[in-house]
Design a protein around this ligand. Sequence first.
Ligand SMILES: [Cu+2]
Length: 618
Amino acid sequence: MTALFKILTETVSTFPVDSAVRQCFACCEVLQLLAAARLVFDLETCRRSCFVRTAGIRNFIFRSGATTSRSIKSSYDFIFIKWIGYSIKASNMKKLTKNLILEAGKDRRQFLKLAGYGALGLIAGGIRPLLGQSAAGQHGDAISKTGFVPDLDISLVSRPGELAIFPGAATQIWQYHAEVIKGDKHRVVNLSRSYLGPIIKARQGEKIRIRFTNSIPEKSIVHWHGLHVPEAMDGHPRYVIPEGNSYLYEFEVKNRAGTYWYHPHPHGRTGPQVYGGLAGLFLVSDTEEQSLGLPDGEYDVPLVIQDRSFDRDNQLLYISGNRMAQMTGFLGDSILINGRPDFTLPVSTTAYRLRLLNGSNSRIYKLAWRDNRPLTIIGTDGGLMESPVSRSYVFLAPGERIELWSDFSDSPVGYETALMSLSFDGGRMGRGMMMGGGRGNNQTLSNGAKVSLFKFKVTKSVAIRKSLPQKLSEVGAIQEHEADNYNRPRQFYLNMGHMQGMINGRVFQMQGVADEEIVQLGTKEIWEFINNGGGMMAMPHPIHLHGKQFRVIERQGVKHHGYVDEGWKDTVLLMPGERIRILVDFDDYPGLFLYHCHNLEHEDMGMMRNYYVRGADL
Ligand SMILES: [Cu+2]
């Protein structure tokens, strides 16, 4: 542990434990970071959302105990000193600052500015990486202060590597590697011959610690897609760490059993980092699910669908510097399943649980069986549905998951079928630019082109018989009339234009929140998304909310039957001309979270915004 973290920890530990520090969520990086380290105080938010209104520092509220409070108008550095001054002398404060800088190994110019309590940006910029460094490789001391006792303790590293995907030259990739430090070693499952990260398996109610180290040569952070976690655990891009630094995740798994996943979330670089190979599944189980006796072990199969393009030397091709191509989104000419091309799944004559994730950057799949049997859907983004549903085809947009029940017990050994993506109108994207010219066979594979995704081949006869439970889970009715804004849903218009993606006419701002993006903790709300872009800008947009599973109330403008809206969702697809109303329960976890288009190129172009959950008593 660096001296920095030690000093901060000691300082905070002298702060009155029963005091709540009220602070502007956007202004005081130091307090946020200490809170992220889960030291002794509660972190709440400034009721004035001052950052939003003034783009600066205005109001901080300090409370000592429950009875007194006062507002202080001041600058960031003054507040910091004042706060520290509660428990230590000013001279110590100077020492602290000096140590912060010296430990950081920063250059003298920055040191002087920081020592002189310089501008907000400098202090924030100086201290944030410091805390990252303090955790890197020195988790032990930092962790011992948090009091968090994990059931599962994992190290996770993102780093460059290479993999033989095709005969010939190995492909340069980025990959997550994980190792169990404490807990059941089988909770981390590596996929063979895949660039994908290992599958992490957890149970509902377990406490998980993940010590993430970024070893790729650019900033990154990990988002746990679909998991309901506190803001500092969610992988917001404001928490990115440079190469060589670490970020400590500690959270309780509150989600229902289901198929979740993890991937990078730096602003502007999520597309290329996921494309480079950084993604993995996070599977949650619970007692409700386990009582069903669903297919498990080798009969429970994760299937991550992605498209990639490779050059003739087997290296990944990606959009580079072409904004028009970025508007369309990346479309590869090869389909990979679990990181492997030309994938065939050997199956036995029994029932399977197939967990499908669309891990592609932009490509949407219209899933259907080649032999025309209907798809039997048992789960969506947020876990099992109340009952299985049947569809002749299902759209699966980037970020979405679907679980299928697939029974091969009536198929003879040798039988072969395939999961297809059927043709559909992909809007402007369907006619967009593709990354052709490489080794792929589908150099005109537009979004909406018919393509075989992977094959199933019955290779073994077994006597295992499973029957599909008709009641899978308690999902419950959608109580939209309970919404606090039942008569005035929040509306979010999705648009592309001026070479950027926008929500209600705004592009992403790292900590920016508009008034209409602030919700009160403890409320239920109806949010309405509208994709009314036409002409050249008619594009599908899969919208993802961080930190929440929600229910779909209704859709309008839908011209097909390919949606499964019955269960819990965290990502929903809006084709051009569609609008959707969802019900979101902001029942816990105050703070700043994201909502965005999960077309990763759209997201990187700014089609992402923050929403802010304001603390209950403010
Ligand atoms: Cu989009």
